[in-house]
Design a protein around this ligand. Structure first.
Ligand code: NAD
Length: 243
């Protein structure tokens, strides 16, 4: 039996990398998908790649803007005729630099998308889910094991918010967990120079980068009722890498 049969799932960052792999694994497991991305065209491409595209819909949304997140969530409810019971929040950006070289704009941009975006997506969906009184809802936030200054701060914030949201939302049957990917092959890591890639891969006990699908499989378990006693967890999926 399928892990997510008939469940409606919102996946942010669904136009690329980990978010796109989450969409394809979730579709395989029977979910209907609201594929959300800043780049609407890439979200539409994800939908087109899924086995039955007409079961799914694409949304162009900036997760850092409350008005856009609110209208996306109400549009999803209107178009699917139900409240989503699953969300994977994978939208994120990097503008890495060392502390001594970090500029204020890059700091603000990353905190806005990665941290404020998590707040907006979690709050807006949790409001809809709690009102709908569903038996088991699950939100999975994608944090990270690696990163520098602004990125590391944003992703540590995601873990903190996940843990407190889990405590607050348990009474509404909403579970909230974080997945911490290690070093994964996606367009985000494409821009890392080969020499740095090799250096990081050397530090990974499994001696390779992860695939987006390997992250997505863990998200599917956390999204499904098979993880019904897990909430507030920060799950590392890193090939053994930790800092
Ligand atoms: P990616 O760049 O391939 O995909 C990220 C997607 O998010 C893109 O489609 C992008 O358009 C979208 N996005 C960016 N800003 C947005 C916004 N404001 N609103 C809506 N969508 C937005 O990257 P990825 O590697 O698939 O990363 C997915 C998540 O996993 C991110 O949160 C990232 O920080 C995290 N992560 C990635 C790695 C890795 O090694 N690739 C490791 C740890 C954590």
């Amino acid at each position: 039996n399928l892990l997510l049969a008939g469940r409606l799932a919102v996946v942010t960052g669904g136009g690329s990398g980990i978010g796109r792999a989450v969409c394809s694994v979730f579709a395989r497991e029977g979910a209907k998908l609201a594929v959300v991305d800043l780049n609407k065209k890439s979200a539409e491409e994800t939908v087109a790649l899924l086995p039955q595209p007409s079961d799914h819909r694409a949304y162009g949304t900036n997760v850092a803007l409350s008005s856009e997140v609110a209208s996306m969530v109400s549009q999803v409810q209107e178009e699917f005729g139900e409240v989503p019971s699953v969300a994977v929040h994978a939208a994120g950006i990097t503008k890495d630099n060392f502390l001594l070289k970090m500029d204020e704009q890059a700091f603000d941009d990353v905190i806005n998308v990665n941290l404020k975006g998590t707040y907006l997506v979690n709050q807006t969906l949790a409001k809809a889910m709690s009102k709908a009184n569903l038996p088991d809802c699950s939100i999975v936030n994608i944090s990270s094991i690696v990163g520098k200054t602004n990125y590391a701060a944003s992703k540590a914030g995601v873990i903190g918010m996940t843990k407190t949201a889990a405590k607050e939302l348990a009474r509404f049957n909403i579970r909230v967990n974080a997945v911490l990917p290690g070093f994964v092959v996606t367009p985000m890591t494409d821009k890392v120079p080969d020499s740095v890639k090799q250096m990081i891969t050397m530090m990974v006990p499994c001696k390779r980068m992860g695939t987006p699908e390997e992250i997505a499989e863990v998200c599917a378990f956390l999204a499904s009722s098979r993880s019904s006693y897990m909430t507030g967890a920060a799950v590392e999926v890193t090939g053994g890498l930790n800092f």
